[in-house]
Design a protein around this ligand. Structure first.
Ligand code: PLP
Length: 376
């Protein structure tokens, strides 16, 4: 008996793959995890425990608890009827794609991209069309008769770049002209230093935009599995039916934790963001000063995108050499569809980050041929 051919080509996370690389280094440091290392705020744990003790643990509505939909709607100043709660941002994206795509429909994805976005399109029996985010001519050429949607991701994983409002407006104009949907992955939105524009908030954008959001990064709730999407009515109806068929809803006590997050812990989340910003302001210049590395300032928590000037070596090889020599795990650009770059995730304790930078400085100070051959 054979499995679907789709299974052999997609799935698995780039971060997990990098974390599985073995190293003989005595003290490895993971700069590969897109995950806060602090626990979520107390209020969330207390609300979840209380829901469990009180027995609020049964099935609920497939769109999510009304109080949570209200809190999500208030958080973004939208109508609660446009909100569907999901067990994380990934299922929100999966549901949206499954509802939008017929087999063979194309989805434009901008590189560098979050690998699961591309893989999810394939799982949904769609066809990802990858195009460089800054190549206007290639972007226009990427549209065809089967294009159904474009996935935008601002702030971006892996670069932490925030799309300027004018660029978002151009995307809305383009989507309107081509009559396609915009799936806007905004799971890092609240970690941006200054307000990140959403296509849903731009004139003409709301009717064709599905916003994906998540509690994972903002409230450090990665393992709790809680997210949501905001969409026009037809899509909301379809996603509620998808939820009902595939996941029923996000775990009920966790949804109570979500209500506490949005009503009691937004200040905590803002202070975390300020912490990421302070770390980025300290880290950015140090990274940009590395020999053979260019590094644009980061505009949101919590990644840096290091562009390598290393002729003749793939970023995969550089990532492996960094792990072997210095015990540093970074994710190579290939995972995000771009050669010659590394993603550095920095939501880790400051002393470890300082140690990591010292090692990066040592590594990139080595002459290129030494780094290359792995010998002193
Ligand atoms: N979108 C992006 C760009 C991400 O980086 C992630 C997680 O790494 C997600 C969505 C999904 O997050 P979750 O499923 O934990 O809500």
């Amino acid at each position: 008996m054979r499995l679907s051919d789709t299974l052999s080509s997609v799935g698995g996370s780039a971060t997990m793959a990098t974390n599985a690389w073995s190293t003989s280094h005595a003290d490895p440091i993971a700069l590969s995890m897109g995950e806060p290392t602090v626990p979520p705020p107390e209020a969330i744990r207390i609300a979840i425990e209380r829901a469990m003790v009180d027995g609020r643990t049964g099935y609920g509505p497939p769109a999510g608890l009304p109080e949570l939909r209200d809190a999500l709607a208030a958080d973004r100043s939208v109508d609660p009827a446009s909100v569907v709660v999901t067990p994380g941002g990934k299922p929100a994206l999966a549901a949206a794609l499954r509802c939008l795509l017929d087999p063979g429909d194309e989805v434009i994805i901008l590189a560098p991209f979050w690998p699961s976005a591309r893989d999810q399109v394939v799982w949904a029996r769609g066809v990802p069309v990858i195009v460089a985010h800054d190549d206007e001519a290639a972007i226009e050429a990427a549209f065809g008769p089967r294009t159904r949607a474009v996935i935008l991701n601002s702030p971006n994983n892996p670069t932490s770049r925030v799309m300027p409002r004018a660029e978002i407006e151009r995307w809305v104009e383009r989507a309107d002209r081509r009559d396609v949907w915009i799936v806007s992955d905004e799971v890092y939105r609240e970690l941006a230093w200054s307000a990140a524009a959403s296509p849903a908030d731009v004139d003409g954008g709301a009717d064709r935009t599905i916003v994906i959001t998540s509690f994972s990064k903002r409230f450090a709730m990665t393992g709790y599995r809680l997210g949501a999407l905001f969409a026009p009515p037809a899509l909301v109806d379809a996603v509620v039916r998808w939820n009902s068929t595939f996941v029923t809803h996000a775990a009920t006590p966790i949804q109570y934790g979500g209500i506490a997050a949005l009503t009691e812990a937004t200040e905590w989340a803002e202070s975390r963001r300020d912490e990421y910003r302070r770390a980025a302001e300290w880290l950015g210049p140090r990274l940009d000063a590395l020999s053979g590395v260019r590094c644009a300032p980061t505009e949101a928590g919590f990644y840096f995108w290091l562009q390598l000037e290393e002729p003749g070596r793939s970023s995969l090889e550089v990532a492996r050499a960094l792990l072997e020599r210095e015990g540093l795990r970074l994710v190579p650009g290939e995972a995000f569809g771009v050669e010659g770059a590394l993603r550095l995730a920095y939501p880790i304790a400051r002393p470890r980050l300082e140690e990591a930078v010292t090692r990066l400085e040592r590594f990139f100070a080595l002459p290129l041929d030494v780094r290359k051959n792995g010998e002193d």
